[in-house]
Design a protein around this ligand. Structure first.
Ligand code: MN
Length: 238
């Protein structure tokens, strides 16, 4: 027969496991100190083949359903173990990521970065329009071409896996930089700090099927896919 304490432990473990699968009704959790932290992937806002010819359908499908899905799953596992039942925002956690495990750093960053990445792209054909983002890019980088050159350099000089970023620093100035692995400018451990506006995934899994070792071609083509409206929304806080 279960003692009270072992029975409570059993229920709590069961709730945690079910919570991770998104199966727990709120009422069941109301009196339990351990809350689920169900981070979820949002569905892609376009079809896998929508970004062709610049990014191919198979790359998009594997990237979204395997690589990014694994970051989200592992983030949920780490959050259950480390959030101590608190309902913490991912942004807040990333800003204090030095206090958490490498698993949370890698997968919390991985989830955040990819959710941003999918929304930052769209089917081809949209140029940077007149507006606050264009004005900010011009005043910080003098020309769109110069911005693109600097962002491309950040992507090309990132050794191994990582990300290139357009981000807004503490003085609201636009900056370009890069981070290794799944780090990002929100993290207290990052040498480049601020609000990420646009991130470019330069892990080989983002381009290898189509481009193999030609990261420069991938980077150059990727600029045809940027959803500038979305990036501008992040700049002006929408
Ligand atoms: Mn990726």
């Amino acid at each position: 027969m279960h003692t009270n304490s072992s029975r409570r432990k059993f229920i709590s473990t069961t709730v945690m496991a079910a919570g991770a699968m998104g199966m727990v009704p709120g009422a069941l959790l109301a009196n339990d100190s351990i809350q689920p932290t169900p981070f979820a992937q949002t569905p892609l806002p376009y079809a896998y083949n929508a970004l062709e010819p610049y990014v191919d359908a198979m790359t998009m499908e594997i990237h979204h359903t395997k690589h990014a899905a694994a970051y989200t799953k592992n983030l949920n596992d780490a959050a259950l173990a480390e959030f101590k039942g608190e309902n913490l925002s991912l942004e807040l956690v990333l800003s204090n990521i030095s206090k958490y495990s490498a698993k949370l750093r890698n997968n919390g960053g991985g989830h955040y970065n990819h959710e941003l990445f999918w929304k930052s792209m769209q089917a081809t054909g949209t140029a940077l329009h007149e507006g606050p983002l264009k004005q900010a890019l011009m005043s910080n980088f003098n020309s769109f071409e110069n911005f693109k050159t600097k962002m491309s350099e950040a992507a090309m000089t990132r050794f191994g896996s990582g990300w290139a970023w357009l981000y807004m620093d503490g003085e609201k100035k636009l900056q370009i930089g890069s981070t290794p692995n799944q780090d990002n400018p929100l993290m207290d451990v990052s040498p480049v700090k601020g609000q990420p506006l646009l991130g470019l995934d330069v892990w080989e899994h983002a381009y290898y099927l189509k481009y193999q070792n030609r990261r420069a071609d991938y980077v150059n083509n990727w600029f045809n896919l940027v959803n500038w409206k979305f990036v501008e929304g992040r700049l002006i806080g929408k």
